[in-house]
Every structure is written in C-alpha cells, then in structure tokens.
Design a protein around this ligand. Structure first.
Ligand code: ZN
Ligand code: ZN
Length: 275
C-alpha cells in the first residue's frame, strides 16, 4: 500500500516542535511514497504586529512573511540534500487567504513551492478557532462564517488542496448540526472539482477527542460522488513523533469512499499513485 503524508509542520511554524531535518529523517524511516512539509503561513498575520496596529495577546504570532522565507530556504536545501532518499515536497499551509487575496496571490507565486494547502483557521473578527471560548460564543454563526470563508477560498482557486474541511470541529465537541451546512459545502466541492482541485484527509482528528478525520467519510463520499478526483492525506504532525500517524487509515478511508488513487503535488502539478 502506498502511504503519503502531505501535511506536516517543523519549527519553521510557530507551533512546530521538531526541526525540518528531523521531520525528513522520520519520513525516510517511515518509508513514505511522498512527504510534504507545509509550514503555517497565516495571511492575516504576514507582517509584524506594528503593521496591524494591534495589541499583543498570549496566543497570536505575527511575521509569517519572515517564517515563510525561513521555511522555503531550509526546505529547498533539504529537498536537494535528501533527493536520493525521499520524494520530498516543499509546501505551505496558507491560512486565511480571503483576508487578502492580493497578498495571497503574491505568496503562492513563489516558484520554490511544490504544493499549497488552503486552510481557514480563523474568521474575522473572531480569534482562531483554537482559542475561542465556546461556552461564551454561539457556535452556529461561527460555523456559518467558517463555511462562507471556505467557499470564498475555493472560488479564489490558487491553492492545490483544501485543508482540513470541518476544522472547527477539532475544538467544538460533537458535530453541532454540521449537516445544516451541506448546501454550501457542496457548492465549495463543485467549484473545487470544476477547477481540478482537491481536498485532503487530515488525520489529526484521529489522535484528538474528535476521533475522526477532517473531513470524515460522509463528506469524502460526497466529494467522490460529485466527481472529485484529487485526494491528499496528511497527519498534520507538529512533531516528528506524530509524523505519518493515521495516514494508512486515511488511505483506507479514501478507498472506502471510492478513490483508487491518492494525489500529491510536485511543482504545483498533481501526481496520482495507486492506493
Ligand atoms: Zn491547519
Ligand atoms: Zn497544519
């Protein structure tokens, strides 16, 4: 069975715990058919905090432009160094592209990039879903804004796969009536499929309280039935100990949903490998 891990972070992400080289060595050990480092690049915090005129808080980090450059330089060098040993992909996880599509266009035009995951971690004017106190906020409108942003992101169409659809459920217990959003999710899928883009199976939920992938099999089947062909798998590991976790289960879920091939990107072009 071919297994891939196309969503991981190194210490070039503010919340990453293992250096890039340690991550690559782990990926070699795991014998992955394709492996991507996809450090965070949050469009709404690309510049320093002074640029936005905001007060610091205990959780937000800024200067993703600086982090992006570090990540690109280090990953490009490692790609060369380990070219004989692993099929390495130099990627990023671009967060909140709808915050500034002009800036996002400029970021993703960097020729060093093999692969771009488009993600929504935050909807304005709220905090990242990871930091919201759900006892104090109504979940319905937050989810609605999340899916509207996902739809806007899909229409922008300059990334390769949509990251961890249903992400807020990582932090909100239970499904909270997610099927209510089926219409807009189907609209997003339609746009992705028409443009030859894909989605990922993010396996981080399997090692968290949620217990399922983002998105789960219900949505994977719908994406497939609607004609979706591009499916990627990623652990979303932030440390080498989690690298590759759940990716075999992710590939099995893809097969269960009707996919025969997984897809990884090199030089922004899809490559299909039999599951
Ligand atoms: Zn993410
Ligand atoms: Zn991630």
């Amino acid at each position: 069975m071919n297994i891939i891990d196309c969503h991981t972070h190194s210490t070039n992400s503010p919340d990453g715990e293992s250096p890039a080289e340690e991550m690559i060595k782990k990926a070699i050990e795991k014998d992955l058919s394709a492996y991507a480092l996809t450090d965070h690049c949050e469009v709404n915090r690309w510049f320093s905090i002074d640029h936005y005129g905001l007060e610091p808080n205990e959780y937000d980090t800024y200067d993703f432009g600086r982090d992006f450059e570090r990540s690109m330089q280090e990953n490009t060098a490692l790609k060369e160094k380990y070219s004989e040993k692993i099929n390495f992909i130099c990627g990023i996880e671009l967060g909140q592209a709808p915050f500034d599509f002009g800036l996002s266009d400029a970021i993703v035009s960097d020729k060093r990039l093999d692969f771009v995951i488009g993600s929504i971690h935050q909807v304005m004017p709220y905090d990242d879903f990871a930091f919201i106190d759900y006892a104090k906020k109504a979940v319905g409108p937050l989810l609605e804004l999340y899916y509207e942003n996902v739809y806007k992101l899909c229409k922008w169409n300059k990334f390769d796969v949509l990251g961890h659809l249903t992400y807020p459920l990582r932090y909100i217990e239970g499904d909270k009536g997610i099927k209510v959003h089926e219409e807009i999710i189907r609209k997003s899928f339609k746009v992705l499929i028409e443009n030859g883009k894909g989605i990922e199976i993010n396996t981080s939920g399997l090692r968290q309280a949620y217990g399922k992938t983002f998105p789960d099999i219900y949505w994977l089947k719908i994406f497939r039935e609607m004609g979706g062909k591009i499916i990627s798998v990623g652990s979303d590991a932030h440390r080498s100990a989690d690298l590759g976790k759940g990716v075999k289960e992710g590939a099995e879920l893809a097969a269960e949903a009707g996919f025969e091939y997984l897809c990884y990107f090199k030089e922004r072009k899809p490559n299909f490998i039999k599951i």
